[in-house]
Design a protein around this ligand. Structure first.
Ligand code: OAD
Ligand code: ZN
Length: 277
């Protein structure tokens, strides 16, 4: 629609008019819903509305460390669903890769644990997995680390939960549960990025409800001289409570945004090649 076209035009202009313009993407579950992975909070389709079958006292218990200790089954059920390898990146993931290939990507901060940014080829030094990933595992009692396969194998039908060879504690992927700290890399990278961000940068927030802290506080920490944009089905977080005059809002699907932005930037061919590969 008209409004969407205007905001895509504004984002594209910032990038085209300045060869030094680089983007920081702050993303959430919304960029993966087109891959068939449900988000958390969308009414009806979100995971938290559909966890009833897991017999949870409350939906977020699936990511609660104390609950996990007593009953790991709900997390196992979810992990089996979300485990890397089951899904392909979305157009938006691929678009971020095109930004990287064009040397226009400063960083991707993701809340997602589906690792689709890596699948799309986003390089390790460009990527901050704020809520951890399935790549590493540790015993929740003695902290001993285990290889990825240790947890993966235990998801097979009829298997006991993965337990520590030393202390019999439960083994859990390094995914940030409620009450756990985010990886120190998240804080160090963001501190440094915020300090060095300048008027050449654009922060684009995509597919997140900005409901979970500390990630949700990042947009408010973006210096005023840096342009901000939001691509989401609805207005959220700081874009809603403390909007800035310069904010660019694209209300709609991240897939539509990816296609339209690629078109405006003259990168459609590159995007299609990655999507078809
Ligand atoms: P949410 O489910 O809270 O929010 C997803 C947002 O994306 C919503 O505002 C949707 O309207 C929007 N959305 C969905 N599909 C979209 C699409 N195709 N295009 C544009 N917008 C779309 O997910 P997050 O904000 O990522 O923690 O959730 C944050 C954290 O809460 C997650 O990382 C998770 C959960 O507890 C862990 O996994 C540890
Ligand atoms: Zn142990």
């Amino acid at each position: 629609n008209e409004e969407q076209a205007v905001s895509i035009g504004q984002i594209a202009k910032l990038i085209k008019s300045n060869s030094k313009a680089k983007v920081i993407f702050l993303v959430g579950a919304g960029i993966s819903t087109p891959c068939g992975i449900p988000d958390f909070r969308s009414p009806g389709t979100g995971l938290y509305d559909n966890l009833a079958k897991l017999n949870l006292p409350y939906a977020e218990a699936v990511f609660d460390i104390d609950f996990f200790q007593g009953n790991p089954q709900p997390f196992y059920t979810l992990a089996k669903e979300l485990y890397p390898g089951n899904y392909e990146p979305s157009k938006f993931h691929h678009l971020m890769r095109v930004f990287q290939d064009k040397n226009r990507l400063h960083r991707v901060y993701t809340q997602n644990i589906d690792t689709l940014e890596r699948c799309a080829g986003i390089l390790g030094d460009r990527l901050v997995e704020a809520h951890g990933s399935f790549a590493r595992n540790h015993c929740i009692d003695c902290r001993k680390e285990y290889p990825q396969e240790y947890f993966k194998d235990s998801m097979a039908e009829g298997k006991e939960f993965a337990r520590c060879a030393v202390c019999k504690g439960l083994i859990k992927p390094q995914i940030v549960f409620f009450g756990e700290n985010l990886p120190s890399r998240f804080f160090s990278m963001w501190d440094n990025d915020v300090k060095t961000l300048n008027e050449d940068n654009i922060v684009i927030v995509v597919g997140t409800s900005l409901a979970v802290y500390p990630f949700a506080s990042l947009p408010a920490e973006v210096p005023r001289k840096v342009n901000r944009a939001l691509i989401n089905l609805q207005k959220v977080g700081d874009f809603k409570t403390k909007p800035r005059k310069s904010d660019i809002i694209f209300k709609g699907s991240s897939e539509v945004a990816a296609e339209e932005l690629a078109k405006e930037l003259g990168w459609s061919e590159e995007l299609v090649t990655l999507v078809d590969s």
